[in-house]
Ligand binder design. Structure first.
Ligand code: PLP
Length: 415
């Protein structure tokens, strides 16, 4: 049976200028509807050849010569390309380590710099609904440095507002760390306003771009952002464990000192000096050998993202998200199960909505399990949230409609 909504999905796919790109990804096995590209992007279908070429040529033939020929510069070459997607001029972004480790390195560097300038700057501002790693890293840095944490209480169905940040910051704030797009609700924060508020208080601003890079047009330089970190395995499809990227505004690079001093961040990597001297530029934020192998898939996706352009990607992201909301309204939200209707816990359409939606219901842990068994793959976020991620280059409208219809069926079955 073709419902009106399924017909609408077919029309939207037919009219979608990016539709053909979905076939460039591996679409194998039992997967009917993949709704978690915001957690792990699908692989591009040409990766087997790319990996083979890497193994045979770059690694197998060139061997150690590849370090000189390309690998030493790879963290910065890829960094510049990711930088271009987030409004950073060259020389300010690099790839390496995990998001967790880069958050630690940059947060520690930032609070140390502010403490050195003013010993009374002893507070880090973060919200209580931010991703666990962000909160845990901040707790660790605060413990190491004897700082206190000022928690902003975030509304889990929206996110941190400019007013809340204005109230939280002051002359004791060293650093503000927030997510550009909230991992739970999909709330898209006011980067320009919040960065300005942090600066007016004399604090540094660190943005987590995990859920926005590759899908939301972002202007780090224009917003005067100090520091940023983001994932490459979500909307940049770098594959499980592909490294994170970091951004350090050029004017801060000589001042900030990160805590994991290794040979790759030294002023002269191959001088093998007796004592550490930090490189004068962005290289000082590296620690050890860059994870070159883990950047092969990322590079492939960057080529596609650059070809399509971030504005067109955002446009499809908005269309998919709006369509998903309509599908939820039809297939899922009206059904009362166990005396309760599911609730949308994401912002309404508009400038504060990223590229995923969360809805909540007590039965969703069990519902997610059954959906996975039938090849419909959203993700579950405790205690009761199903997240619908819309990855524009690999997701079709039909896939969204089919997946959400299945969600409605499984929800009713749970009753
Ligand atoms: C996915 C995600 C992370 C992941 O950190 P890893 O070190 O790559 O595991 C961190 N922060 C946010 C906000 C995320 O969404």
């Amino acid at each position: 049976m073709t419902t009106a909504l399924a017909g609408r999905a077919a029309e939207l796919d037919a009219a979608d200028p990016l539709a053909a790109h979905a076939r460039r990804f591996v679409r194998g096995g039992d997967v009917v509807s993949y709704l978690d590209g915001n957690s792990l992007g699908r692989p591009l279908a040409d990766l087997p050849e790319r990996f083979a070429g890497f193994v045979e040529r770059d690694w197998g033939e060139r061997l150690i010569r590849s370090w000189d020929e390309q690998w030493m510069e790879r963290p910065f070459g890829l960094g510049d390309r990711i930088g271009a997607l987030v409004g950073a001029a060259p020389g300010q972004a690099f790839v390496g380590d995990s998001t967790t480790v880069l958050l630690y390195k940059l947060a520690r560097a930032a609070v140390d710099a502010r403490l050195a300038a003013d010993p009374e700057r002893r507070e880090i501002v973060i919200d209580d609904d931010s991703f666990p790693t962000d909160r845990f890293v901040v707790e660790g840095v605060a413990a190491e440095r004897g700082l206190t944490i000022r928690w902003i209480e975030a509304d889990p169905a929206s996110g941190v507002s400019l007013e809340q940040v204005r109230e939280a910051v002051g002359e004791r704030t060293a650093l503000v760390l927030l997510s550009h797009v909230a991992y739970r609700s999909g709330f898209l924060a006011d980067m320009a306003g919040i960065t300005e508020a942090a600066h007016e208080a004399g604090a540094l601003m660190l943005w987590d771009l995990c859920h926005s890079v590759g899908v939301i047009p972002t202007e780090l330089d224009a917003c005067g952002v100090d520091l940023a970190v983001g994932c490459t395995y979500k909307y940049l499809n770098g594959g499980p464990g592909s490294p994170a990227f970091g951004y350090v505004a050029e004017h801060l690079q000589g001042e900030l000192e990160q805590p994991i001093q290794g040979w790759m961040g030294a002023a002269d990597v191959f001088l093998m000096e007796r004592h550490y001297r930090a490189a004068p530029d962005l290289r000082r934020f590296l620690s050890g050998t860059p994870p070159v192998l883990a950047t092969v898939a990322l590079e492939a996706m960057l080529e596609l993202v650059e070809q399509v352009g971030i504005a067109a990607i955002r446009e499809k992201s908005v269309a998919l998200t709006d369509f998903a909301e309509a599908a939820l309204a039809e297939h899922v939200l009206p059904h009362e199960v166990g005396g309760q209707r599911p609730r949308l816990a994401s912002p309404p359409a508009g400038p504060h909505r990223g590229s995923h939606l969360t809805l909540t219901h007590p039965s969703f842990r069990a519902v997610t399990e059954r959906l996975w068994q039938r090849g419909v793959i959203p993700d579950f976020r405790a205690p009761d949230g199903i997240r619908i991620g819309l990855s524009p280059l690999s997701t079709t409208f039909a896939e969204v409609e089919g997946g959400i219809a299945a969600l409605g069926e499984e929800l009713r079955r749970a009753g």
